[in-house]
Design a protein around this ligand. Structure first.
Ligand code: UDP
Ligand code: MG
Length: 330
């Protein structure tokens, strides 16, 4: 059996009603586990009492740490900040909303002891909105054909990572983070644990349809340049088709003269090409937008307050900037 410290990173945004319940379940779970543990709540600019509840807990219990952002920077940044500030030999990432069952922690640790660097919880879609589930499965089917890394439907951030895996992730300093892809990109031995989906009881999901759409685009664009290439191929195909069309029509005109003004074909061609051009411009714009944000090199997030002492974890401890890290600023 291994020993050491397990760190749990919990991104929290407006989860005031869930924090204490989650802490109690975690505490209960760890009472039967021979590892030390620390819990790091990352308050992602909540507008309710989340920070208050976390601070109350942190004052009462020494192994509860927190980082509080100056505003909402998004879950990806909360996880990234977590990785930079924990010091565990293994790190678990889980949601604050009780949708990630604490009873999986024992199987996680078992997987870790067996030598796996990533032990991944994969949920089914029981109880989920049917349309959302259907669209998600279509999306995962498409994305796995497009991107080079393997992205599983139902396998999200809820997982245990060994220190080696966390250190590898810390090397991926990009601002526009798509964790699912990054977890897959680092590779290493992985074990999957299946579990039944849990429906959220308190608070609301922060994912609106447009959030999900943007996340979906991030997933595709962050991991390859195939969409750009698709634009090139579509353009090339249409160019070739139109050259053949022009050539054939020229021959007909030379033989028979102009038969009809061809209103329909002209309009169709203009609309079709206009559409393709706009889509292509949009795709190029997605990439340029990302280059634009990455070149700004803004901090990834700003910390308003924390009880993690500087020097703990992997945080940058240079004087004056220990609370500021690079980030993608949405
Ligand atoms: N979250 C966050 N920042 C955000 C949105 C969400 O830290 O901007 C946290 C949230 O508090 C929860 C986790 O990320 O702990 C998952 O969020 P949510 O339940 O809304 O996502 P879903 O389970 O619907 O995918
Ligand atoms: Mg949730």
């Amino acid at each position: 059996m291994k020993s050491g410290l397990i760190s749990i990173i919990i991104p929290s945004y407006n989860e005031a009603n869930n924090i204490e319940l989650l802490y109690k379940s975690l505490n209960k779970e760890f009472s039967g586990i021979d590892y030390d543990y620390e819990i790091l709540f990352v308050n992602d600019g909540s507008t309710d009492d989340t920070l208050l509840v976390i601070k109350r807990l942190a004052n009462a219990v020494p192994n509860v740490k927190y980082i509080s952002f100056t505003r909402n920077f998004g879950k990806e940044m909360a996880i990234w900040a977590g990785f930079q500030h924990v010091k565990g030999d293994a790190v678990i990432v889980m949601d604050a909303d009780l949708q990630h069952p604490c009873c999986l922690i024992k199987p996680f640790i078992k997987g870790y002891e067996e030598g796996y660097h990533q032990v991944i919880a994969q949920r089914n879609r029981k109880g989920d909105n049917r349309i959302r589930s259907f669209l998600s499965s279509l999306y995962y089917c498409a994305i796995n054909r497009i991107v080079e890394v393997d992205i599983r439907d139902g396998a999200g951030d809820f997982r245990l990572l060994s220190r080696k895996a966390v250190d590898a992730l810390l090397m991926l300093n990009e601002g526009n983070r798509f964790s699912k892809g990054l977890f897959s990109w680092i590779g290493m031995d992985q074990k999957i644990i299946y579990y039944d989906n849990v429906v959220r009881k308190n608070g609301n999901s922060k994912w609106s349809f447009s959030n999900l759409l943007n996340y979906g685009i991030d997933g595709i664009v962050s991991f390859n340049n195939r969409p750009l290439r698709m634009c090139f191929y579509t353009g090339a195909f249409i160019l070739l088709a139109s050259l053949i069309y022009i050539f054939v029509n020229l021959i007909i005109i030379m033989n028979k003269g102009i038969v009809e003004p061809g209103y329909f074909t002209t309009i169709s061609a203009v609309l079709f090409l206009g559409g393709i051009q706009l889509v292509s411009l949009g795709v190029i714009g997605e990439y340029i937008g990302r280059i634009y944000y990455e070149t700004k090199k803004r901090p990834h997030y700003l910390i308003h307050e924390t009880n993690v002492e500087s020097g703990e974890g992997n945080a940058n401890t240079e004087p004056g900037i220990h609370k500021i890290h690079r980030s993608w600023d949405h």
